[in-house]
Design a binder for this molecule. Structure first.
Ligand code: ARG
Ligand code: ZN
Length: 503
C-alpha cells in the first residue's frame, strides 16, 4: 500500500457524508458488518475522525531525526510505531484511521498481521486481512483503511499496531497556516488544530474522539522531546540516541497532542497553590528579548491558575507548563497541559492558552463550527486576567472592542458558523469574548459564573455544541436566550448597544 497521491478513491473508503452515510445495522438487505465511515460527519472537515469505533489510548513510539544543518527545505525523518487501543461501536468489516504524508508499512490487529494492498477501485472490495492507504492532497483526503479478520463485533476492543514513517515537512491547514508536525531546524514544533494530528500519527482526528496518550520519543542525543502530561521515566541515552517518555493520563483530543523536539532547556519547576506541577521548556536559541518576555510571562502561570481555579473550578489535568520554540508558527496553541509558543510567550497569550485548558480542552467543540466557545472564552479569560492585574476592566475591554467603527465584512462573519477558513478569524476571538461579556451583563455575575461551572462539569472530558451552551445558560438564568444568541452568534450586523456602559 504505497502512499499514492491522487489514487482512485473507493466509494466505501471515502463516502463524504461521514457517519450518516453508513447504513444502519439491521436495515433489510444490508450486511451486518460494514465499513466504518471515513469521517465523523463534521461539516467543515468531512474526513476528520472516523466512524464505527472509539479510541481509548494512543501509545506513540517515535524515532525522529531533525534536519540539522542540511540545506533547505526543512525535512526530518520519522520512523514510528503507534499502538492504538480502540473499541468497535458497530459491527465492522473495516475501519479507517487518518494519516497524512507518512506511509503505513505494517499493520497488525490483535497480533494478526494484515497484508498491504493497493486501494481497490471504486465500488470494489478486497477480501481478507488487508490494509491500504489513500492520499489525495488536492481533495485533502488522507485515509488508512484497516480490514481486520476476524471482523470486529460491536463492543470488541482491539489493539491496532501501525508501523509508519517517512519524511516530515511543514504541513499547512486549509487556510495555509503551518500546523501538525512542523519540522524545524533543531526538531519539531507540533500544533495540530484543527486536523493536523494525522500528519504525525494514525488517528481518529476529531475532538469528539478523546483518548489517553503515552509517548516514547527517541531523538539524537542532546535534543529534548517534550509532550503532554508528565515525564514517565528519566530520559535514557544509548548509542547517541535519547528516549524521552511522557504520559498523558487525561482524556485528550488529538488536536491537543504535542511532541515537540528541540534544543530545549527546562526552567526550574514550579506549582500552583493547588499543587499543579508546572514544567516549562525554552529553546536555548531564543533571542534575549524573547527569552526575557517569556520568562516573565511564564512566571505568572501559578498565579493565573489560582485566579482561573477561583472562577472556573479545579484545573482539569495532571500538569501544566509551556514550550517556547525559536521557530514560528505565527500563533500559539493550547496543546493539552503544555501549550506551545513561537519565539516568545507574551503575558496575554499565556493567560489565553491557560484558559483553554478549561475551555476547549476539558470541554471541546463537538463540531468545528463551535470554535467560538474555545476562542471566545480564552479571550474573555484574558480580559478577566487583565482586570485582575489592574490593567483594564473586562467592561473596558468590551467597550473598546465595541466602540470603533468596523466595516460590514467584519460584522457579516457569523461566529457561530464561521466556515472552515474562518475558524481563527479575529471576530471569533473578539466578538466571541464580547458575546460572553454581554451574556454576563444579561444574566448577572452569579448566573454567569454558575453557568461556566455547570458547563465545565457537565461536559468535562467530552465535547458540546453552542446549542448545549445556550441550554446551560437558560437553565442557570431561567431566561429564554434565543434572541440573545441569534444576535451575537449569527446576526450579520453590529449587535445593539444594550450591553455597553462605558466607551
Ligand atoms: N487555538 C490557537 C489559539 O487560540 C490558534 C490556532 C490557530 N491554528 C491554525 N491552524 N491557524 O491561540
Ligand atoms: Zn485560543
Amino acid at each position: 500500500a504505497g502512499v499514492r497521491a491522487g489514487a482512485a478513491l473507493t466509494a466505501a473508503a471515502v463516502t463524504v457524508s461521514g457517519a450518516a452515510a453508513v447504513a444502519a445495522p439491521g436495515k433489510p438487505g444490508s450486511p451486518r458488518y460494514q465499513a466504518g465511515a471515513p469521517g465523523v460527519g463534521d461539516a467543515y472537515f468531512p474526513y476528520a475522525g472516523n466512524g464505527g469505533y472509539d479510541v481509548g489510548h494512543y501509545d506513540l513510539d517515535l524515532t525522529y531525526t531533525p534536519p540539522g544543518a542540511a540545506p533547505a527545505p526543512l525535512e526530518g525523518e520519522m520512523d514510528a510505531v503507534a499502538t492504538i487501543e480502540l473499541t468497535a461501536t458497530r459491527d465492522l468489516d473495516r475501519f479507517n484511521l487518518d494519516l497524512r504524508g507518512l506511509e503505513a508499512t505494517a499493520v497488525t490487529v490483535d497480533g494478526t498481521r494484515l497484508t498491504a494492498v493497493d486501494a481497490p477501485a471504486a465500488g470494489r472490495t478486497v477480501g481478507g486481512p488487508v490494509f491500504w492507504q489513500v492520499q489525495d492532497d488536492d481533495a485533502r483526503v488522507w485515509e488508512l483503511t484497516v480490514q481486520p479478520r476476524p471482523k470486529l463485533k460491536a463492543g470488541t476492543t482491539v489493539e491496532v499496531v501501525v508501523e509508519y514513517g517517512g519524511t516530515t515537512t511543514r504541513p499547512t491547514d486549509v487556510e495555509g497556516a503551518l500546523y501538525g508536525w512542523v519540522t524545524t531546524r533543531d526538531g519539531s514544533l507540533v500544533a495540530n488544530e484543527p486536523d493536523g494530528a494525522m500528519t504525525w500519527f494514525p488517528a481518529s482526528d476529531h475532538p469528539t474522539d478523546k483518548a489517553t496518550f503515552s509517548y516514547e520519543i527517541t531523538v539524537p542525543e542532546g535534543k529534548v522531546a517534550v509532550a503532554n502530561g508528565l515525564p514517565a521515566a528519566e530520559p535514557v541515552t544509548a548509542d547517541g540516541w535519547t528516549t524521552w517518555a511522557w504520559d498523558a493520563p487525561d482524556l485528550q483530543a488529538t488536536y491537543l497532542a504535542t511532541a515537540s523536539v528541540g534544543d530545549f532547556e527546562q526552567l526550574p519547576a514550579s506549582q500552583s497553590s493547588s499543587g499543579v506541577p508546572i514544567l516549562d521548556f525554552l529553546d536555548t536559541d531564543l533571542g534575549a528579548a524573547g527569552r526575557a518576555t517569556s520568562e516573565a510571562s511564564l512566571a505568572r502561570q501559578p498565579e493565573m491558575i489560582d485566579v482561573f481555579e477561583d472562577l472556573f473550578g479545579d484545573y482539569p489535568f495532571v500538569a501544566y507548563g509551556s514550550i517556547v520554540d525559536d521557530d514560528s508558527l505565527g500563533y500559539a496553541l493550547e496543546t493539552q497541559t503544555r501549550p506551545v509558543y513561537s519565539r516568545q510567550a507574551s503575558e496575554g497569550t499565556v493567560a489565553h492558552e491557560l484558559a483553554h485548558q478549561w475551555f476547549g480542552n476539558a470541554v471541546s467543540p463537538q463540531r468545528w463550527q463551535d470554535i467560538w466557545l474555545n476562542e471566545g472564552w480564552a479571550t474573555y479569560a484574558t480580559w478577566i486576567w487583565n482586570e485582575h492585574r489592574g490593567i483594564r476592566t473586562a467592561q473596558e475591554s468590551y467597550d473598546s472592542w465595541y466602540a470603533p467603527a468596523r466595516n460590514d465584512a467584519y460584522w457579516a462573519l457569523p461566529i457561530g458558523d464561521p466556515g472552515p477558513t474562518g475558524l481563527f478569524a479575529g471576530q471569533v476571538y473578539n466578538r466571541g469574548a464580547a458575546t460572553l461579556h454581554a451574556l454576563r451583563v444579561e444574566v448577572g455575575d452569579e448566573a454567569f459564573f454558575a453557568g461556566a461551572r455547570l458547563w465545565l462539569e457537565r461536559y468535562d472530558d467530552s465535547s458540546a455544541t453552542s446549542e448545549d451552551f445556550q441550554a446551560v445558560y437558560e437553565e442557570v438564568s431561567g431566561e429564554d436566550l434565543d434572541d440573545f444568541f441569534d444576535t451575537w452568534l449569527y446576526a450579520d450586523e453590529k449587535p445593539p448597544a444594550t450591553w455597553t456602559t462605558g466607551g
